[in-house]
Ligand binder design. Structure first.
Ligand code: HEM
Length: 159
């Protein structure tokens, strides 16, 4: 069906000898090919960040931020911080397009029973932003990271 449509377009171009259409059609096709080629080559957020070492730096800073925030720290009483760091790092790596597998528990399973409020969720995001600032992550990439983590919000609020 698609082939028939394309053939028809070419035929109608021949029939009417519309040189204007012909002169626009070729450059437009080339432009589309260039745009799609550029999009395919676009680097992942993981690579733009500089890979795993930058993610580990963000996660280390994030844990320090949590340690200085009484409200959020109380959620982590009794938690295994080394495990938290490892799993969070995997999660950020995977969600930013890095070569990792996430081997932790589901976001829903982990956070159920904590009854995380919207205010505390936003507060935690602020701590993550501080952590990224301290790791010199450009704001453009910070926004990309927040964008890929945002969907987790509905998997953990008020559970
Ligand atoms: C940006 C959203 C968040 C993400 C991506 C995230 C991700 C994670 C990950 C990957 C783990 C480790 C899972 C595992 O051990 O298998 C974890 C654990 C944990 N998270 Fe979150 N989290 C988020 C927000 C929050 C918030 C808002 C709170 C509380 C205010 C919180 C509190 C905790 C606690 C206390 C643990 C440790 C649980 C335990 O010791 O078993 N998280 N989170």
């Amino acid at each position: 069906m698609q082939q028939i449509k394309v053939a028809c377009i070419f035929q109608s171009m021949d029939n009417y000898g519309n040189t204007m259409t012909k002169s626009i059609f070729l450059p437009l096709t080339i432009l589309l090919l260039i745009i799609s080629g550029c999009a395919a080559k676009q680097e992942s957020v993981y690579s733009q960040l500089g890979g795993q070492s930058k993610i580990d730096e963000i996660v280390d800073n994030f844990v320090s931020e949590i340690e200085f925030d009484e409200t959020i720290l109380r959620y982590f009483e009794g938690s295994n911080i080394d495990r938290f760091k490892e799993k969070l790092s995997e999660q950020i790596c995977k969600r930013t397009g890095g070569p990792c597998e996430y081997t932790g528990d589901s976001m829903e399973a982990v956070h159920t029973g904590m009854n995380i409020t919207e205010g505390d969720f936003n507060r935690t995001v602020d701590l993550l932003i501080n952590a990224m600032d301290k790791a010199d992550v450009p704001h453009r990439l910070q926004n990309q990271i927040l964008k890929v983590l945002a969907p987790t919000r509905d998997e953990m609020l008020y559970l």
